[in-house]
Design a protein around this ligand. Structure first.
Ligand SMILES: Cc1cc2nc3c(=O)[nH]c(=O)nc-3n(C[C@H](O)[C@H](O)[C@H](O)COP(=O)(O)O)c2cc1C
Length: 264
């Protein structure tokens, strides 16, 4: 049985809670050990919330390093023939994402970074807008905070909606995951997008991407126009606080006045 009291959320969820939702959990470690064990726990926990979790291992996919040609940015195509397109398409099929990594040298592991580099076009033309995302990190002892900050930054660039963060050190790995650690993720999966409250970072990132779309690449501008984002304050109608709205609008005006239009 679900442990979350959704009574207060009835209005927001509008009954959608009854529907089965799907989440993809990405294990970036080559091993199926510490990080994977937390993903397994999450899978069991979320099953009780009517959410099915598919765990995938990045190491099962062929992911080559970016060669820096910028074809994905300029032509929306990548010359490299591997599994990255399949993976990116796969992510779009889910109602939520759990992104995980072991800490390597105080940051995400290289396997995840190589994949993230290859998703660079999503920074210009986001395709995972409003998809709730949460992060799972394990470490021997150090670097979790910095790694989580970086994961949040990836989320900003993808346009996903960052919710919860779970991390364990080697000595705290046996502490079971509790509801408080993933409640926001579950809530956002069932909640109507109109009730989402974007942070100031999310609003600012939106404005940065909008200025880039307006000034730099025509392909981006066409995409943003097609999506109807050019004259918006955020990707979708959300519950934006007045202060954040004003700050992000001022930021947009400032940035827009500083960046010159580049003809392709
Ligand atoms: C290449 C490498 C670099 C690592 N760097 C760090 C580090 O900077 N700080 C730390 O506390 N642990 C570090 N670790 C330990 C791992 O973060 C830790 O063992 C993690 O829980 C492994 O997750 P896994 O079992 O899912 O692979 C490193 C491990 C490896 C293999």
């Amino acid at each position: 049985m679900s442990m979350i009291d959704y009574e207060g959320l009835k209005k927001e969820t509008g009954g959608r809670r009854k529907l089965l939702k799907k989440v993809i959990a990405i294990n970036s470690s080559k091993r199926k050990k510490r990080t994977y064990s937390l993903l397994q726990q999450m899978k069991d926990k979320l099953k009780k919330e009517n959410i099915k979790v598919d765990i995938i291992n990045l190491s099962d996919y062929k992911i080559e390093q970016c060669i820096g040609c910028e074809m994905c940015l300029r032509n929306n195509e990548c010359k490299i023939n591997d599994d990255v397109k399949t993976l990116m398409d796969l992510l779009k099929e889910y109602d939520g994402i759990i992104l995980s990594t072991p800490v390597y040298m105080n940051n995400v592991c290289g396997r995840l970074k190589v994949f993230v580099d290859r998703t660079c076009k999503w920074m210009h033309r986001p395709e995972l807008v409003a998809v709730p995302i949460m992060f799972v990190v394990t470490t021997a002892g150090s670097g979790a905070k910095r790694t989580l900050e970086y994961l949040e930054n990836i989320s900003l660039q993808w346009g996903t909606f960052a919710t919860d963060k779970i991390y364990r050190k080697a000595r705290t790995l046996s502490i079971p995951i509790i509801l408080k650690e993933y409640k926001s993720f579950v809530k956002h999966i069932f909640m109507s997008k109109n009730f989402y409250r974007p942070s100031i970072n999310q609003l600012i990132q939106f404005q940065v991407q909008k200025v880039l779309a307006d000034k730099i690449l025509i392909i981006d501008k066409e995409y943003w126009k097609m999506k109807g984002w050019m004259y918006k304050d955020y990707f979708f109608d959300a519950d934006i606080s007045l202060v954040n709205l004003v700050v992000s609008k001022i930021f947009y005006k400032f940035l827009s006045s500083r960046i010159r239009k580049v003809e392709q």
